[in-house]
Design a protein around this ligand. Structure first.
Ligand SMILES: [Zn+2]
Length: 433
């Protein structure tokens, strides 16, 4: 399927079957009469433009009924029985869904090789908190109605909730290094807990918060939720991959048993090193499959460190069908411009692939990290609630990422249940209001 065809279908959503033949994307006026709505291409896909800096949109962006778009003009005309629109929502959606700007602006990366969210067009344009691609769908369906086509609006409300947890460190005091740290700090209470945990029960470790996380996640309606733990099995020489997990050891076996009993799933947490060398993904997946004792279909990169857009190909090559990496570490919001699962479009080859991307709504550390948003708890809750309202408005999915280690701190120990409660209370309501 061509990316243009896929994007028009994606915008139409559930109405695509009946409405796709009624929507054209062509500047050839002789063709316009075949459609009820035509979007006129802005030239973004033209040879000599595509892939160059000349194709990047200029700020401030035009808007249609308050919805910012990246290419074309905010005007339309009636030509015979056809509504001809000059706002190029196809190129605008393509730009956002494919992470096109990350390919064109390869020189712009943070210390971890990631494209910074603050540099993105959605952040600079002030709409990172809005799933504008889904708003383009609302506009397109509205234009069809204006052209006399009966088209239903999909039901509002949150569809699925992915409650996800990255296991960077299973426990704090189950290795000598952790205990040594506690001894050096000379706090009697901590020393006692460290020693007791090291020689005794895994469950008394402050980072072994899994039973508590599962209890919180269990408050979301089981029909609507998926609980996913991303586990990093790989070595990797990078400092960021320390400490290495012994996924075949007794502690992990205990965790895996707990997750199985509770119906949670396990996905691959590809290492930091695999962010630099994507070919490592296949090996890490194989290691985890042995430890977990089953096949692994989902991935999220450690540090959200998926570097170049075309690196996603390594996931497909490794047999992974679903990725949950795509949010920005430095600013929470809609990195792909959508809150719905979308197939990965490779901007380098312009192909629609079989890999499904599940947009990450928010990661814990983004909210309070001093180098990131640095929000106090109350402001953070308000910001997340706004993302959830936007998701509900567009009938999308929510994907939360809270680490087992972060909820050992009071900030997230209080914030996470508050967000879960907010979600649980509003899941049945269409508008999440
Ligand atoms: Zn991680």
């Amino acid at each position: 399927m061509s990316p243009i065809d896929y994007i028009i279908q994606f915008l139409l959503g559930e109405s695509a079957g009946a409405c796709r033949p009624l929507v054209g994307y062509t500047s050839d006026a002789a063709q316009w009469g075949r459609y009820r709505v035509v979007m006129v291409p802005s030239g973004f896909f033209r040879d000599g433009v595509y892939g160059t800096v000349a194709s990047l949109p200029a700020l401030p962006l035009p808007a249609w009924e308050g919805v910012p778009f990246l290419f074309g003009e905010p005007r339309a005309e009636q030509v015979g029985g056809t509504l001809v629109v000059y706002a190029d929502l196809v190129a605008s959606a393509y730009f956002l869904l494919s992470r096109y700007e990350e390919m064109v602006r390869r020189g712009v990366r943070d210390v971890h090789g990631r494209f910074p969210g603050r540099e993105s067009v959605p952040a600079r344009g002030g709409f990172i908190h809005r799933p504008v691609v889904d708003e383009y769908g609302i506009l397109l369906r509205g234009w069809l109605r204006q052209a006399g086509v009966e088209v239903d609006e999909p039901l509002a409300g949150i569809r699925r909730v992915y409650l996800t947890h990255d296991v960077d460190s299973l426990a704090h005091y189950r290795r000598l290094r952790g205990v040594a740290g506690a001894l050096l700090r000379h706090r009697p209470e901590e020393v006692w807990q460290a020693v007791r945990t090291y020689v005794g029960r895994l469950e008394s470790d402050p980072w072994y918060t899994f039973p508590w996380l599962l209890e919180q996640d269990g408050r979301i309606d089981a029909v609507r939720r998926e609980v996913l733990f991303f586990v990093k099995p790989g070595g990797g020489d990078s400092r960021e991959d320390q400490p290495h997990s012994h996924v075949r050891g007794g502690d992990f076996r205990r965790l895996f048993r707990l997750l199985r009993e509770s119906g949670a799933m396990v996905g691959l947490h590809a290492s930091y090193e695999a962010g630099r060398r994507p070919e490592l993904v296949a090996r890490e997946k194989a290691l985890l499959e042995v430890a977990w004792g089953g096949s692994i279909a989902c991935n999220r990169h450690h540090y959200l460190d998926t570097r170049e857009p075309e690196h996603m190909q390594a996931l497909l090559d490794a047999g992974i069908g679903h990725d949950f990496t795509l949010g920005y570490a430095d600013v929470a919001g809609f990195r792909l411009g959508t809150c719905r699962a979308v197939r990965w479009i490779n901007p380098a080859t312009r192909q629609v692939t079989g890999l499904v991307l599940h947009p990450l709504t928010v990661m814990d550390g983004t909210l309070d990290g001093e180098q990131y948003m640095g929000l106090d708890e109350e402001t953070a809750f308000g910001y997340v609630a706004e993302l959830l309202v936007q998701t509900a408005r567009c009938g999308g999915d929510v994907c939360l990422l809270w680490h087992n280690t972060s909820v050992a701190r009071p900030y997230h120990r209080q914030l996470y249940p508050k967000i879960i409660e907010y979600l649980a209370d509003r899941l049945g309501l269409g508008g999440c209001e």
